[in-house]
Structures are given as C-alpha cells and as structure tokens.
Ligand binder design. Structure first.
Ligand code: ATP
Ligand code: MG
Length: 647
C-alpha cells in the first residue's frame, strides 16, 4: 500500500467554506481542540445534548477491550429523545416527515402525529407479548411505518433487526433465524419502478422455516391480495391504528441493545452488527448536527438511503429525529416516472441538505446535466456523500451541477460497524479537497498504519484503523463474540481495523482507497482500484468505471477496466486507446489498463456498491461466484456477452 500511486495527492483544487456558513456554523474549529484535550469530556458534553432519565456514573468502561461500555449506569429512552421531548418543548406541530410515495401520494407527518403512531405501535407490540430484549424483524418498503416500527421497538426496549426490503427469502430467513426474532413487521408490498412490488410472499416463505416467529404484522400499502395465516398474521391498521395512543416511554440502560443490522455482504457472510442505546444516540445525534450543520428552524433534510441500511438507521431515523429535523422520505427509484424525480423532490420541498451516494451521483452524471438544469435547486446549501469513495470528478460535478458551485460537499466515511460518521469535513470549518474525506471528526482517533501497525508519515498509504473506542461503536457481532474479535481487533493489536485502505496526504488529510481486498498488485506495485477508476472518470467522456486486477502471466495482475460512457458519448477503438493513454498520463505507465470494456451497467449490491469480485470473475473468464446480493442479475449477462464478443 505504501507504493500507491501519487495522483490523488496531486489534486490541488480547494474549496473554502462559504463565509456566512462558517460564521454561523454549529461546530467551529475549536471542537477539535476541545476533543483533543479531553476526549471523554467531549463525548460527555455531546451526551448532554440528549435527555437522560438517569445520569451516567462513568463515560467509558474499557476495562475489557474490545468490549466497550459507554455512559455506564445512565438510562434514557431513544424514542422519547426523538419525539416526546420536542413536543414538550412546544414543537409538536413541526413537520417530521414529508413522505413522497413513488406513485406520487404524499403525507405530511408532524412530530405529534409521529408520536401518536409510535405510542400506538408500542402498545400494540406490548399486547403481542413483545418484551424488552426481544428481537423484532422489520422488512418494509420506504414508508413512514418503517420508522414508526423502529421507534416503537426502541420505545419498549425491543431490539429491531431491519432487513432491506429488496432481499430474498434466503437472506431474510437467515437474518430472522440468526436473531431468533419473535415478530416480523412487513407490508403487503411497496412501489418500485412504477409498479407494486410484493413483500408478503417473501415473508411467508421465510417464516415457514422460522419457528421463533409468533406473529407477522402487515401494513397495507399496495392493496394487492396477500395470502393469510390466521392466528399468525395481523393487519397493522387493525392492531396498531386502534391501539391506545397514550404510552409512557420506559428508561433503558445506556448499553441496552437497540438494534442488530447485518452488513450488506459485499465481502463475506453478513455479520449481525449490534448497536446499543446511549452511546449510539449520542454520536448519531451529534454528527447529524455537526456534519450537516443542521438548523432545526430552517433546514429541510433529505437522505436518499433506504432504511434497511445503516445510513437509513442513523441519518433518516435516529440522527435527524433526535435533532427535531424536518425531512423528506421518498419511497421509490430515482428514474420513476422520469429521470428528474430527485430534483423535482428537491424543488418541491425546498430541500436544503441532501445526503446521497456516489453511485447515484455518477448515474445522474451519466444521464446528463440538462436534467437537473430543469429544476430550481437553489434551496440546497449542503451536499453529503456516503457509501463508496467519491471520485474527484464526481465530487466536482456534484458541487457544480447540483450545488451551483457554492455548496460545501461533505464526503463522509463510516461503516455499519461504526454506527455514525467518523471521517468527514465540517462544512463551516474545512477547506475541502475533491475526493477526500479529510479528517476524523472531533472525538475520533483514526490513523493510517503500515503492515506492522506503525503510523505512516504524511504522504504515505496503508490501512485505516481507529485507535480509540467511540460511543457508537459496534459492541459485538450478534451471538459471536469470537468473530467480533477476529474480524476487527486481530489484524493489529489494540486497534480497530476497518478493512479499508487509505492515504494521508502532505497536509495530513485522508483519502479513502476502498477495501484492502480490492488493491491490485501489478509488476510489484500496489495500485488501488479507486485511483484508476478516478483517473478514468476524470476523462470527459466517462461517467463511471470499475477496475479489477486479473491474473496475468507477465505482470502478476493486470488492470482490467469496465467503463460506462457519459450521456451521448459514442465508444470505438480509438476512444478505448485514448482512455488507456489518459490513465497512463494521469497515473503513470504502470497503471495503464491492459483492457478496457465499455459496458451499459455495472454489477452493484442493493446498497449501490460495485461488486468487483464478480467483475474479476468475468475478467478471468471464470464462472460467477455468489450473485444473490446483486441488485440486477441481468447486468452480468450484458457484461459477459460483451466480453465474448471481444469488445
Ligand atoms: P460488508 O462488510 O458485508 O462487505 P459493506 O462494507 O458494504 O458490507 P457498509 O457498512 O454499509 O457495508 O459499508 C461500509 C464500507 O463502505 C466502508 O468500509 C467503505 O469501504 C465504504 N465507504 C463508506 N463510505 C465511504 C466513503 N465516504 N469513502 C470511501 N469509502 C466509503
Ligand atoms: Mg464492511
């Protein structure tokens, strides 16, 4: 990793925070000093942003690493912090959620409305025999009831396990069984790509092999026919909407299990990541306020993630609601019924903070600038990115085309395991660099180390680690402490190893390079896939690319690139030659791809991440490995056909 190429470090563009934003920012530069002087006191201050029913005795108990306890002895209720306290402060009439269904149906839900729904659901769950510590699986479309279900669990101390609504029978079954869930909350279906997409049949098939499940609670969304198991299945509108709207939130221990969330499975068998109550809420609440500079009286926030991913947990449900935010929730796909849908939503609700993923940004680039140009995006003041490294050109496009060349872009690095944002610019403080997540947030101690675990100097590259525990850290892998230790704490002693590679530039700022498994070894040089991809995307005709190392008799591994062209660009042999030369010129001859293939799509997980593992299979002409987490399996046929046609 130390030999990684130098191109990213040659990025010289800098963007200072807008003056008025900096002057009025929630978090200023002194936060780094305060946290640096006394990290635990800093986190105690942030915990003080929440309402506790009992103050903690100790901020951090790290006597049995890597098993951390934060805010030991404290008690609080997460749902109370997300709802009741705003109402008690006179903000019950404030809009919590502007819901936009894919077919165009809309609902405006105030904090009081949401509170009433959550109280009813809490009473209904209790009546169904759900007790603190019981697990509840939630398999839902992106509708407000998904958030209600999560908050109702939090309110009564049940541990939720949200499973992304696009997952298959096997994925759902495995997750229900792993957590021994007693209840499954689902819907008849949701809307995707202009039509109803059923969920209940998947639940029926899964639950048939899940003896722990006593009931299935079903929200009616699409109105399509569903099969019904009497005694087991219950309609939400019959059980929840008729329940008592009065419910008193019960205090939970700071370390009470709040949720289990299985990682997206890009690299290995999904792991049930366990998050607890006090530390988790402290960190997601603080980071939402800090990273998005959220102003409760004026901002309208929209995170385009699905609630089934950690981004949806931390930055649709718990972070925004604990801060009393007004947000947009959208059910469907970005191109239904047309490719301007996202920008239409921004215009409609005057969204001021947008949080989305590089995969979507690159897709919008591919569709062309004339689409966002049709909408009024002047309400936007902060743009966030999460999920993958963002290529510098995609970052610039986001800032220029969506952000009028004025809005700060915050590239936020974090994981299911970290619970909240760890590395990110602060919009009122940081002079950003396109493609860099910049610095660990105040209170976070991240580092880049070599094979031996020594910090690399500025200008070096290596493994991204976290040297100190943080409040929203995972507490374990559900039911498998040993795997928790082996996966995250064994590669280096006394450090959390995230699995990602990173570089530290001459100023000490961090550049994420993707997973260490994706680094290629070409003629003895370590080259990161991210860097070659970014070089390709910096060519004006390229929208998106994925790069893999394929076994090569002479160089060990050779670089094979899959490329999607922008809008109207036409591909031919001359262009392929031009692209190969462009990479060589940008990064040096060692990084010149052996082969470039033009493809219409790339294989992505359902959370939008490129699955390089499958492309490596194609490049090495092997049969494909596990494709079950692929978003669209026909993509691989398109790519393989192109390959055999010799393109
Ligand atoms: P699995 O661990 O099962 O393979 P996953 O890692 O895709 O799943 P997540 O926890 O959702 O599941 O993703 C976290 C990973 O996403 C990080 O480890 C990193 O590789 C990548 N990532 C997230 N945000 C960024 C970012 N801003 N820059 C670079 N990489 C990012
Ligand atoms: Mg991961």
């Amino acid at each position: 990793m130390s030999e990684t190429l130098e191109n990213l470090l040659q990025e010289t563009r800098r963007f200072e925070p807008p003056g008025d934003l900096a002057a009025d920012a929630n978090v200023k530069a002194d936060a780094y000093e305060q946290a640096g002087a006394d990290r635990l006191a800093f986190w105690a201050t942030q915990a003080g942003r929440l309402d506790w029913t009992k103050q903690w005795d100790q901020v951090l108990d790290w006597s049995n690493p890597p098993f951390a306890k934060w805010f030991v002895g404290g008690t609080l209720n997460v749902a109370y912090n997300c709802l009741d306290r705003h109402i008690e402060a006179g903000r019950g009439a404030k809009v919590a959620i502007h819901f936009e269904g894919e077919p165009g149906d809309r609902r405006t839900i105030t904090y009081s409305d949401l509170h009433t729904s959550v109280c009813r659901a809490a009473n209904a769950l209790t009546a169904l025999g759900i007790e603190p510590g019981d697990r509840v699986a939630i398999y839902m479309p992106m509708i407000p009831e998904a958030a209600v279900a999560m908050l109702a669990c939090a309110r009564i101390g049940a541990t939720h396990s949200v499973v992304f609504g696009g997952f298959s029978v096997d994925a759902l079954k495995g997750r229900i069984q792993d957590a021994d869930a007693k209840l499954v909350i689902t819907a008849d279906g949701g809307y995707r790509r202009g039509k109803p997409s059923a969920l209940k049949p998947t639940v029926d098939e899964s639950v048939a092999e899940c003896p722990s499940v006593e009931h299935v609670l079903v929200v009616r969304r699409t109105g399509e026919d569903v099969s019904w198991t009497d005694g087991r299945d219950l309609w939400w509108h019959e059980v929840v909407e008729t329940a008592d709207p009065v419910h008193e939130a019960q205090p939970m221990d700071a370390e009470h299990p709040l949720f289990i969330l299985y990682t997206s499975g890009t690299t290995a068998k999904p792991k049930g990541i366990l998050h607890t109550t006090g530390g988790y809420l402290t960190q997601v609440s603080y980071t939402f306020n800090a990273v998005f500079d959220h102003k409760p009286d004026t901002d309208v926030y929209w995170c385009t993630a699905d609630i089934g991913w950690v981004t949806g947990h931390s930055y649709i449900v718990y972070g925004p609601l604990s801060n009393g935010a007004t947000q947009v929730m959208y059910e469907g796909t970005p191109d239904t019924p047309h490719r301007g849908r996202f920008w239409e939503i921004v215009q409609q609700y005057k969204v001021s903070i947008l949080y989305t993923a590089p995969t979507l940004i690159r897709t919008m680039m591919k569709w062309g600038d004339d689409i966002p140009a049709e909408y009024d995006l002047s309400s936007l003041r902060i743009l966030g990115s999460v999920g993958e490294p963002i290529n510098p050109e995609a970052w610039i496009w986001y800032r220029q085309t969506i952000g009028r060349g004025e809005t700060p872009v915050v590239d936020t690095w974090w994981q299911t395991e970290t619970g909240g944002i760890m590395i990110s610019p602060l919009p009122g403080v940081t002079a950003t660099k396109p493609g860099s997540a910049m610095r660990p947030l105040p209170g976070i101690v991240a580092d880049v180390v070599d094979d031996q675990g020594n910090s690399v100097p500025n200008g070096g590259g290596g493994y991204l680690v976290l040297r100190e525990p943080w409040p929203s850290m995972l507490r374990t892998i559900w039911g498998d402490d040993q795997r928790f230790i082996e996966t995250y704490w064994s590669r280096f002693s006394n450090m959390y190893f995230a699995g990602d590679g990173a570089k530290r530039d001459e100023d000490g700022d961090l550049w994420l390079l993707g997973r260490v498994d994706d680094v290629m070894l070409v003629s003895g040089h370590n080259i990161s896939t991210t860097e070659v991809e970014s070089a390709l995307v910096s060519h004006p005709k390229v929208a998106e690319s994925a790069v893999v190392g394929a076994t090569d008799p002479t160089t060990g591994q050779a670089i094979v690139a899959f490329v999607i062209l922008r809008g109207a660009a036409e591909g031919d042999d001359a262009l392929l030659g031009e692209l190969r030369d462009h990479v060589a010129k940008t990064l040096g001859p060692i990084a010149k791809p052996r082969q470039i293939m033009l493809v219409p799509e790339l294989p992505k997980t359902r959370s939008g991440k490129i699955m390089r593992r499958l492309l490596r299979d194609v490049a090495e002409r092997r049969s494909l490995g596990d494709v079950t987490t692929l978003q669209d399996s026909t993509v691989m046929d398109l790519i393989q056909n192109g390959m055999s046609a010799g393109k």
